[in-house]
Design a protein around this ligand. Structure first.
Ligand code: NAD
Ligand code: ZN
Length: 589
């Protein structure tokens, strides 16, 4: 019941076990009324054990006696840092060729520090050549008489996976002297000649046996807290593989082949603008049970749409897909990222809107943009409209594992749309370069993308081919620029339009941006020149007939984008952007 960063240790352990998503059920089995109530109060499941027990395994045996189960895993209550990786390893031994010899499995971690090897609170284990346990002890084992022999010491981790029969057998066996003297329960199994298979897991964590452990654990949790949104020093992943060049789309099949898992399909999410384009579809090359799903980009992607896609894929295929491949604009990029996350993480996509809420690595996902500007192909977010907000799923698992940049794929984009999406890139740069979060990292990407946009949209020297290739790279750099920064006023207001009127992101930004002279005077002037040069229509008067309620919602949604305002106007932004101010701006649009 000791506090660990605001929650009792046992609650943290329970939540960690549940969060692995490896189990059909997770229970806390306890003889303590206080613990029982704490778990239930936190929405967990607890079982009171009836009898007195000498050890945890006996208590679990009593609890599972009448349950219909194959394997039960005992996670000790002082293991709040229980990780999926360790539990997966301990379960995996039951799929190995010698599995029928195994009565139970447990985990061990390499240790190197003599202080730890000598510490009686650390239980050491030695194993045979097949990793079956030979003995457990609080003494250092083996004793290092010859200091020149290279020996690896292992510490035992208090996690056990039993076959049901094994745990019921052990329950009936009485304690013998080796167990009694060392106070290590798994010695009992060895004393009765049972086989304990040890798996190695080297993930760091702290078991909490002593008050000092608790102090260390609190420190560890503090350090691993997700970085604050505006944390100055972000540690973010980048797209690890990217291929660029006219026609490189034809490398898709070979790129995917090394990621193909048996029986697991690739799912292609493809913009429905390509639905009748057989020449293009033939290049996709579906194999085995691969599936192609056409996606309409008419509306902004929604969390419910992601949930439906995931549900359909799960009900059609028993195996988790080998990969998700998104082919289209920002809409399809974002859906592909979100679907790959939600195939692994439980619940609704709406539960993950925000910063760093995704806990499990997504399915392998590939982004193939067919229109340039959003930077969605490179960004760490997937923007979704949910039941209560329009907000990204911004996480380390969001970025694509692979991106294919083939400028030829953007050939058919209609002119207005080319401009709207291209301006998304221009506006990303303006907002990043004029923001208070700017640093040299963002600036170097932002300035390059900004210059490319001016060359493409105001210059006269580029061929169409050059222009397509450059816009693709501008989009990439614009996205990278925001990775270390943020967008600003136009995006915050465009989100409001999108939420209430369904205005699409690119055109929404343009509608807003032309009225933002007071924030970005030079760039709004340049923007107007570009509009004129390309003879682009930008819708007018779209907020004229809003009801009071709609206007209020629009303002609330826009004001909710706190990091954007902070970037644009600094920490005192609320003194500048009042609801009245926003209303006045919206009414001009
Ligand atoms: P889009 O994906 O909505 O597509 C716009 C239109 O272009 C659609 O009608 C589509 O069918 C068509 N199109 C796409 N490729 C085409 C082609 N090759 N030929 C002909 N038509 C084609 O447009 P977008 O501007 O790329 O994306 C907007 C979305 O991106 C918004 O939902 C926005 O929220 C999101 N976005 C995401 C990020 C991010 O970092 N995740 C950043 C910015 C924007
Ligand atoms: Zn944008």
């Amino acid at each position: 019941m000791q506090d660990l960063a605001g929650k009792p240790v046992i609650v943290r352990t329970y939540e960690a076990a549940k969060a692995t998503n490896l189990f059909d059920e997770v229970y806390v089995v306890t003889d303590s009324e206080v613990i029982f109530q704490e778990i239930e109060a936190n929405g967990g499941k607890a079982i009171m054990s009836q009898k007195e027990h000498d050890c945890g395994s006996d208590r679990i045996a009593e609890a599972v006696e009448n349950m219909d189960i194959d394997i039960v895993v005992n996670v000790q209550g002082d293991e709040p840092f229980t990780s999926r990786e360790g539990l997966e390893k301990v379960l995996a031994v039951f799929n190995e060729p010698d599995a029928d010899k195994i009565d139970l499995a447990s985990l061990m971690t390499e240790i190197h520090d003599w202080k730890e090897i000598n510490d009686p609170n650390t239980v050491k284990v030695i194993v045979d050549k097949d990793n079956f346990a030979l003995y457990f002890s609080r003494s250092p084992i083996p004793y290092p008489r010859d200091k020149n022999v290279d020996i690896q010491y292992y510490k035992h981790k208090g996690i056990y996976a039993f076959r049901k029969q094994a745990i019921m057998d052990f329950y009936r066996l009485s304690m013998r002297s080796l167990e009694a003297v060392e106070k290590i329960e798994c010695i009992r199994y060895l004393e009765y000649g049972k086989n304990i298979k040890m798996a190695v897991s080297n993930t760091t964590g702290v078991e909490i046996d002593t008050p000092e452990d608790l102090v260390r654990a609190n420190k560890l949790l503090k350090e691993s807290k997700p970085d604050a949104v505006n944390n100055k020093f972000r540690n973010f992943p980048m797209v690890p593989k990217v291929v660029f060049g006219e026609g490189c789309f034809d490398q898709l099949t070979s790129i995917l082949s090394s990621h193909k898992k048996e029986k697991a399909p690739f799912i292609f999410l493809v913009d429905d603008v390509f639905e009748k384009n057989n020449e293009f579809l033939d290049r996709i090359n579906l194999r085995f049970n691969d599936k192609l799903i056409f996606i309409s980009a008419e509306e902004e992607p929604k969390t419910s749409q992601v949930d439906d896609l995931v549900k359909d894929i799960k009900s059609e295929f028993t195996h988790t897909p080998s990969g998700i491949i998104g082919i289209g604009g920002g809409t399809v990029m974002d859906l592909a990222k979100a679907v790959s996350i939600m195939l692994i993480n439980k619940g609704s996509a709406a539960d993950y809107q925000g910063w760093d809420l995704v806990k499990q690595k997504a399915v392998y996902h590939v982004g193939i943009p067919t229109i340039s500007g959003t930077g969605a192909e490179v960004s760490r977010t997937t923007v979704l409209t949910g039941p209560v907000r329009k907000l990204g799923i911004n996480s380390d698992f969001t970025p694509f594992d692979q991106v294919i940049l083939d400028p030829d794929l953007t050939i058919g984009v209609p002119k207005n749309q080319w401009f709207y999406t291209g301006m998304d890139c221009f506006i990303h740069c303006v907002e990043s370069l004029n923001g208070t979060f700017l640093n040299a990292f963002s600036q170097s990407y932002g300035e390059k993308a900004y210059d490319l946009c001016l060359e493409i949209f105001l210059g006269d020297s580029l061929s169409e081919e050059e222009s397509r290739a450059k816009l693709m790279m501008a989009s990439w750099h614009g996205g990278m620029s925001i990775a270390y920064s943020q967008v600003g006023v136009a995006h915050a207001m465009s989100y409001g339009l999108g939420y209430v009127l369904g205005t699409k992101h690119g055109v929404g930004n343009c509608i807003v941006f032309q009225h933002l002279e007071e924030f970005y005077p030079n760039d709004v002037a340049l923007f107007k020149k570009m509009v004129q040069k390309h003879n682009i229509e930008i819708p007018q008067g779209i907020c004229k007939n809003l009801s009071k309620e709609q206007m209020d919602t629009m303002i609330t949604v826009a004001l909710g984008m706190v990091p954007l305002w902070e970037n644009a106007l600094g920490t005192d932004w609320e003194a500048i952007i009042t609801p009245e101010k926003l209303k006045e701006l919206y009414l001009r649009m």
